[in-house]
Ligand binder design. Structure first.
Ligand SMILES: Cc1cc2nc3c(=O)[nH]c(=O)nc-3n(C[C@H](O)[C@H](O)[C@H](O)COP(=O)(O)O)c2cc1C
Ligand code: SF4
Ligand code: SF4
Length: 395
């Protein structure tokens, strides 16, 4: 069986999947549910001395179905407000025996205005004393309520100085969590994290994906619509870029929802892959499935372990590789073979609205039929067919 283990500094994770800070780790009961799914780590809901300044946002209106379909479902909950540091410490003490039994790493998460040095130091010490295995420094939250807290306070200098202050106060590994996705900022953050001596970097992919409520003309969830599946592509991109900027391990969240997206994120350079929204959407069961799916994938493909796939896709961001790709993939359509496998085709019609009129229903056989003159070999029907009934390959 493939080896799923990964590590950060002296911390060993039995597998690379973790539950990211938020609702699924809001209380001890929920954190235990997360741990019992078999994940490698849980990051607890962020604590802060400023919890009372946060609005407990509860959604008050329905979202259109399409919004849910995109995976950008209503996700405003008590989880938006932080816990107090004392609550977090008590929670760590409660869950630690179970986490030890399950061999699950427990990561505390702390948040403070960027230059509130005493607060960082005090909270970090409290988390270490309570028994946390590592600390995540929350500089990612895009909800702008307390000046300098979360994404608003994330600058190269602040990341560096916060790490330096906490490094002096505690011995456990420190993970810096940010949410910028643009490479301009990522380069600056990378310098700050390197200079501050961070042990790992959690890059949460967050770009706003707003939806307009067409009944009122107002935005739904201004500033916070940006978690879950719509972040998948930008999550991959962010992992690819950051893994080339630093030597330390990358933790990646944003749009991961099943074992395939876990594999994809590992190949994009992440050492640990986190899930949040999909758990709140479909339940804790998806974590079992993701771990099992990852294991089966590695076994079927003959990989010895997760280490074999981490960063496999990273060389592809090299401009030379991209150039080569376009050259090797640009071929005249006559050189591309395409055919419908009639045994597999059910005549469902999903592929029929080809804009080149390249595929249509054969009324005699009731199966899809190609018009090879008109078909441009764009591959759209191949991706759409639920039965894998259309074969396209180089001749
Ligand atoms: C309701 C909610 C609460 C969250 N709370 C926190 C938090 O307290 N601390 C934190 O670092 N991230 C928090 N996050 C961010 C998640 O940990 C995660 O990085 C992000 O949702 C992207 O992953 P996903 O696409 O799987 O949801 C929260 C996200 C949501 C939607
Ligand atoms: S999902 Fe659960 S907590 Fe959220 S509104 Fe529905 S019943 Fe309430
Ligand atoms: S989508 Fe696939 S199964 Fe459906 S008609 Fe087209 S080829 Fe046949």
């Amino acid at each position: 069986m493939a080896n799923l283990a990964v590590s950060i500094e002296n911390l060993n994770f039995k597998n690379p999947i973790f539950v990211s800070a938020g609702d699924p780790t809001l209380t001890a009961k929920l954190a235990i549910k997360s741990i019992e799914t078999g994940v490698g780590a849980v990051v607890l809901k962020t604590c802060s001395k400023h919890e009372e300044e946060y609005i407990v946002t509860r959604a008050t209106r329905g979202f259109p179905d399409k919004f849910v379909e995109k995976g950008n479902f209503m996700n405003l909950s008590p989880g938006i407000a932080f816990k107090t540091p004392q609550e977090e410490a008590a929670m760590i003490k409660d869950i630690m025996p179970i986490a030890k039994k399950e061999n699950c790493v427990v990561i505390a998460s702390i948040g403070a205005p960027a230059r509130a040095w005493d607060e960082w130091e005090e909270m970090a010490k409290l988390m270490e004393e309570a028994g946390a295995d590592a600390i995540e420094i929350m500089m990612c939250c895009p909800v702008p309520m307390v000046p300098g807290l979360g994404a608003e306070g994330a600058t190269e200098e602040n990341l560096r100085d916060i790490l330096k202050v906490i490094k002096k106060a505690v011995k456990i590994p420190l993970i810096m969590k940010t949410s910028e996705t643009h490479s301009f900022f990522l380069r600056q953050f990378a310098r700050g994290i390197k200079d501050g001596g961070g042990d790992a970097w959690h890059v949460q992919a967050h770009v706003n994906t707003p939806v307009v409520d067409i009944d009122t003309g107002e935005l739904m969830c201004p500033d916070v619509a940006g978690w879950g599946r719509p972040q998948r592509g930008i999550g991959v991109e962010t992992a690819l870029v950051t893994s080339t900027l630093v030597e330390i391990p990358i933790l990646s969240t944003g749009g991961v929802y099943d074992w395939r997206s876990v594999v994809e994120r590992l190949m994009a350079g992440a050492t640990l892959v986190g899930i949040h929204s999909e758990i709140t959407y479909k339940g804790f069961e998806i974590l079992h499935k993701a771990i099992k799916g990852l294991e089966d994938f590695l076994d079927q493909k003959g990989y010895k372990g997760v280490q074999d796939i981490i960063g496999k896709a990273v060389p592809c961001i090299d401009p030379e590789w991209k150039k080569k790709w376009f050259v090797t993939h640009a071929v005249p359509k006559e050189k591309v073979y395409i055919a419908v496998d009639e045994k597999k085709c059910t005549g469902c019609g999903l592929c029929f609205n080809c804009i080149f009129d390249g595929i249509y229903l054969d009324k005699v056989t009731n199966k899809a039929k190609l018009d090879l003159e008109k078909c441009e070999r764009c591959g759209r029907c191949v991706s759409l067919c639920p039965k894998d009934a259309i074969i396209m390959q180089l001749k």
